[in-house]
Write a protein that binds this ligand. Structure first.
Ligand code: CMX
Length: 432
C-alpha cells in the first residue's frame, strides 16, 4: 500500500467535489479585472489560475499550504539533521497535512526504490560535450526518460479522466526519485572527470544527493535539506511553474512538462539569476582587486552595473515587495554555520547598498533581494564553485512543487489551458 497516494486520494476527492459544487453555484463571480497595461506588461498580478500547493503574498512572501518557511523549519521532520526534509514538504504540498517521522521515512525509502538512472539517459549525457551548460543536460536528461512514462502507457490503454492523477502521481514520484541521480551524474560528468559516486541508501533524499555530488559534511547535508525545501514552490504564476502547468494541461506527460519548466528556469531573469549573482560578485572582486571591499566600493560597482544598462542580479521581483523570506532563511543559515567568509560578507554589504541604489532609480517596484541573491555565496563557501551548475540545484527542488501541483491539476480535472490573446489593432478598435 502507498500511504501517501491513499491520503492524497481522499483529500483530492473531497476537494474535487467541493470545487464542482462551488463552480455550479458561484462560477460566474468575478475574481479580477484586467488592465491594458497588464496585458502588455507580462500579465503581472492577474488572478487567473488555481495552484493548491503554495501562495505568495507580496509583503509576507511564500506560504506552503499556509505555513511560512520559519514555521516549516519548526514543524517538518528533520531526520538526522537540523533542517526540514524536502520529503516532508512534498507530503505537505500534496495532502495539506504535516507529516510525521514515519511518513517521511516511508517517502525516503520509496524514492530510494525508484531512484535508478535509466541506461538511455546515461548514454544521452555521455554523447554531449563537457562544454554543454548543465541546465541543457538537465532538460535533456529529463526528456530522455519520458519513454518510461506510466501516464503515456495508461493513456494509450484508454485510462479514464478520473484516473489521470494516479498515473501523474506515479510519474512524479519516479521523476523526483531520479532527479538527484541525474543532477549528480551531470555534475560528476562535467566537473569531476566522470568519477561517479554510488548512492547511499541510508541517507535521506537531500543528503544522498549531497553524497552523490561528493560533499560529505553534516553542514552541507543540512544546507541541501534547507535549499531543496525553500526553492520547491512559489505559487503557480512564475515562469517555471506556469510552464509545467501549461504543458501538463495538454496531457503531455510529466517528464516532458517538467523538462519544459526547466527550460524556463534556465533564463537569467528566473532561476539562472543564481549563477549570474555569483559571477557578478566575482567580477566585482576582480574589478576592485579585493574580496574585502568597503561599502563605498561596493556601491560604486553597483552603480557602474546600472549605468552599463544591466540589472542587478538577485534583486527585484515580479510579485514580492519586501526581502524574500527565502533570502532571509539563507542569511540565517549563513549566520549559524558560516563565520567570517568574505563572499558572504559581500552579500551582506550588497543588502545594505543595493536597495538604496535601486530605490533611487524611481522605477524598480521591488528593490529587495530575492532567493538568488544569497545561495551562491554559501555554495562557494562549501567548495561548490561550479557556478553554471547552480540552477540545476534550483531545478531539483522546483520539481517537488510543480509535480505536486501537476498531480493536483489532474485530480481536479483541469482542462487544456488556453487564454485569449489580442492584437494591438483589436486594442485600438475596442479599448481606446
Ligand atoms: N536591477 C536593475 N533594474 C531593475 C531590477 C534590478 N534588479 N529589477 C527591476 N529593474 C528595472 C526593470 O528592468 C524595469 O526597467 P525598464 O522599465 O527600463 O525595463 C523596471 O525596473 C521595472 O521593473 P519591475 O516592474 O520592478 O520588475 P519586473 O517585474 O519587470 O521584473 C525581475 C522582475 C525579477 C525580472 C527584475 O527585478 C530583474 O530583472 N531582477 C534581476 C534578475 C533576477 O534576480 N531574477 C530572479 C528573480 C527570482 C526568480 O524568479 O527566480
Amino acid at each position: 500500500m502507498d500511504p501517501l497516494k491513499e491520503l492524497f486520494k481522499d483529500v483530492a476527492l473531497d476537494r474535487f467535489q467541493e470545487v464542482r459544487a462551488m463552480l455550479k453555484e458561484h462560477g460566474d463571480k468575478k475574481i479580477d479585472e484586467v488592465k491594458l497595461s497588464q496585458a502588455y506588461g507580462g500579465m503581472r498580478g492577474i488572478k487567473s489560475m488555481i495552484w493548491e500547493t503554495s501562495n505568495l503574498d507580496p509583503v509576507e512572501g511564500i506560504r506552503f499550504r499556509g505555513y511560512t518557511i520559519p514555521e516549516l523549519q519548526k514543524l517538518l521532520p528533520t531526520g538526522k539533521g537540523n533542517e526540514p526534509l524536502p520529503e516532508g514538504l512534498f507530503w505537505l504540498m500534496l495532502t495539506g497535512k504535516i507529516p510525521n517521522a514515519t511518513n517521511v521515512d516511508w517517502l525516503t525509502n520509496e524514492w530510494h526504490n525508484r531512484g535508478e538512472l535509466p541506461k538511455q539517459t546515461r548514454k544521452v549525457l555521455q554523447a554531449m560535450p563537457d562544454t554543454t551548460h548543465p541546465m541543457t543536460l538537465f532538460s535533456m536528461g529529463i526528456t530522455s526518460m519520458a519513454e518510461d512514462s506510466v501516464f503515456v502507457k495508461r493513456y494509450a490503454e484508454g485510462m479514464r479522466k478520473s484516473e489521470y492523477w494516479d498515473a501523474y502521481y506515479e510519474d512524479s514520484m519516479t521523476l523526483i526519485a531520479r532527479l538527484p541521480y541525474l543532477a549528480a551524474h551531470i555534475y560528476r560528468k562535467l566537473f569531476k572527470k566522470g568519477q561517479y559516486i554510488d548512492p547511499d541508501k541510508r541517507l535521506d533524499w537531500a543528503s544522498n544527493f549531497a553524497h552523490m555530488l561528493g560533499y560529505k559534511s553534516a553542514d552541507f547535508q543540512d544546507l541541501m535539506r534547507m535549499y531543496l525545501t525553500i526553492h520547491a514552490d512559489h505559487e503557480g504564476g512564475n515562469a517555471s511553474a506556469h510552464t509545467v502547468h501549461l504543458v501538463g494541461s495538454t496531457l503531455s506527460n510529466p517528464y516532458l512538462a517538467l523538462a519544459a519548466g526547466m527550460n524556463a528556469l534556465a533564463g537569467p531573469l528566473h532561476g539562472r539569476a543564481n549563477q549570474e549573482v555569483i559571477e557578478w560578485i566575482f567580477n566585482m572582486v576582480g574589478y576592485l582587486g579585493t574580496d574585502t571591499p568597503t561599502e563605498a566600493q561596493v556601491r560604486s560597482f553597483v552603480e557602474k552595473t546600472i549605468e552599463s544598462g544591466r540589472v542587478i542580479p538577485g534583486y527585484g521581483h515580479a510579485v514580492l515587495r519586501r526581502p524574500d523570506p527565502r533570502f532571509t532563511a539563507q542569511q540565517k543559515f549563513a549566520e549559524k554555520y558560516i563565520k567570517d567568509d568574505n563572499i558572504v560578507n559581500i552579500v551582506k554589504q550588497l543588502f545594505n547598498v543595493v536597495p538604496d541604489v535601486l530605490k533611487g532609480l524611481g522605477k524598480v517596484k521591488n528593490p529587495w533581494p530575492n532567493v538568488d541573491a544569497h545561495s551562491g555565496a554559501i555554495l562557494v563557501h562549501y567548495g561548490l564553485n561550479e557556478y553554471s551548475y547552480y540552477t540545476v540545484l534550483f531545478g531539483v527542488s522546483r520539481a517537488l512543487g510543480v509535480l505536486a501541483a501537476g498531480t493536483w491539476s489532474r485530480a481536479l480535472g483541469m482542462p487544456l489551458e488556453r487564454p485569449k490573446s489580442l492584437t494591438t489593432e483589436w486594442v485600438k478598435e475596442n479599448i481606446l
